[in-house]
Design a protein around this ligand. Structure first.
Ligand code: GDP
Length: 366
């Protein structure tokens, strides 16, 4: 069989192994266009199907960019910034300039200071060893911020190709679809296979006679919570609309549970308010610290849900990290879930999150 590539994501099509990337049933080979089962399910049922690409496969594919002379557009989810970083991206993309796109800005409360968010993203990117030329905030779903981004890409690419990279679920396809929609009026072009896959495993979208934008496969980052939760639970923890903050006045020795995914223990310090920015559907539960361990043991998977029992089976256990919050209004960021703003700071808290999820602190955005 000649090599065939999925017109949805560019992966090589195979008919042998359902659990591996690029699978289609043999009978589907006669379809035109051919899209792999994963893209098919994504398109028709909006399901994310896990297939076994090894991490090395992804990284090898991305590394091909280092041999090109191009502009790299890295898309991250602003609610999962640490989780949506690709380790070693600078090395993988060679000397090419990188611009960073923070997606899903429509979910932020209106009062968010976007400049502070951009500063934080720049700083964190540089801590990850990534030199970014510029950071832009957009909503790929709603088209917010695209006038600027489109113009910047055009100037910065300066006649070169563009490679769009990102971890799965950051909104990379939505971002590219939005760009295509704005220039051609075609909707959902990427997932509905308007463009051919290439031998590099990328999808090629012509920009003019000689240059193109390439969609690259979504890198699976094990730190992302999204890989451990069922689709149903993902719907609860992923904000769908602008976040409505929930405020708690806490004394020390009190605990907040965020569903059963995360927990904050107020260990030491003066009473103050904790403003919680999470999906409006995620239940927050307050209890006394002394009862919290027992409460979690007893109620995770029912009262503290999600995680549902199915997610619990695959999710890493919570691990505790104790942190001192500086004497200023500070956000405690839990990648993939949201953040908590501590009003005055100067306190000690313990945060419990699934092993692998990396929390961080930043000056409050609001
Ligand atoms: P990819 O895996 O990076 O290609 O991500 P997708 O484009 O498939 O998007 C992942 C999820 O994020 C989907 O549920 C999208 O509906 C959602 N999404 C993408 N862009 C946005 C956005 O700008 N705002 C919001 N609220 N959701 C978005």
């Amino acid at each position: 069989m000649d090599k065939i590539y999925c017109e949805g994501c560019g992966v090589e099509i195979q008919t042998e192994d359902k659990t591996k990337a690029g699978y289609v049933p043999a009978s589907a080979l006669k379809n035109d266009p051919i899209i792999c089962q994963r893209c098919f399910r994504l398109k028709h049922y909006n399901e994310v199907q896990d297939v076994e690409y090894t991490d090395d496969d992804y990284l090898r594919m991305i590394h091909q960019i280092s041999d090109t002379n191009s502009l790299v557009v890295k898309v991250v989810d602003i609610f999962d910034f640490n989780g949506s970083f690709i380790n070693g991206l600078q090395r993988l993309t060679g000397n090419n300039s990188i611009i960073l796109i923070g997606n899903k800005v429509d979910l932020l409360p209106k009062s968010t200071n976007q400049n502070k968010l951009i500063q934080w993203m720049k700083k964190t990117a540089s801590e990850y060893g990534l030199k970014v030329q510029e950071v832009f905030l957009v909503s790929a779903a709603k088209g917010q911020g695209f006038d600027k981004v489109e113009a910047e890409i055009e100037v910065r690419r300066n006649g070169k190709d563009v490679y769009v990279v990102g971890c799965t679920n950051v909104g990379k396809s939505t971002f590219i679809n939005q760009l295509i929609n704005r220039s051609s009026g075609v909707k959902d072009a990427i997932t509905t296979s308007y463009f051919p896959g290439t031998t590099l495993g990328f999808i090629q979208i012509p920009l003019d006679e000689t240059t193109a934008m390439y969609d690259t496969p979504g890198v699976v980052n094990r730190r992302q919570l999204v890989h451990y939760v069922t689709d149903k639970d993902l719907k609860v923890i992923t904000p769908k609309k602008e976040i409505k903050p929930k405020i708690y006045q806490l004394q020390n020795k009190q605990t907040l549970f965020f569903g059963g995914f995360a927990r904050l223990d107020f260990e030491k310090g003066l009473k103050q308010s904790f403003v919680c920015y999470f999906s409006n559907l995620l239940l927050i539960h307050r209890t006394k610290l002394e009862n919290a361990d027992e409460f979690y043991e007893k109620h995770v998977g029912d009262l503290l849900q999600p995680p549902s029992p199915a997610t619990l089976e695959q999710m890493p256990a919570l691990v505790k990290q104790t942190v001192k919050i500086p004497n200023e209004k500070t956000d405690i960021v839990i990648p993939g879930l949201g953040w908590i703003t501590v009003a005055e700071g100067g306190i000690t808290v313990s945060i419990h999150v699934p092993k692998g999820v990396q929390i961080s602190l930043r000056p409050a955005l609001i």
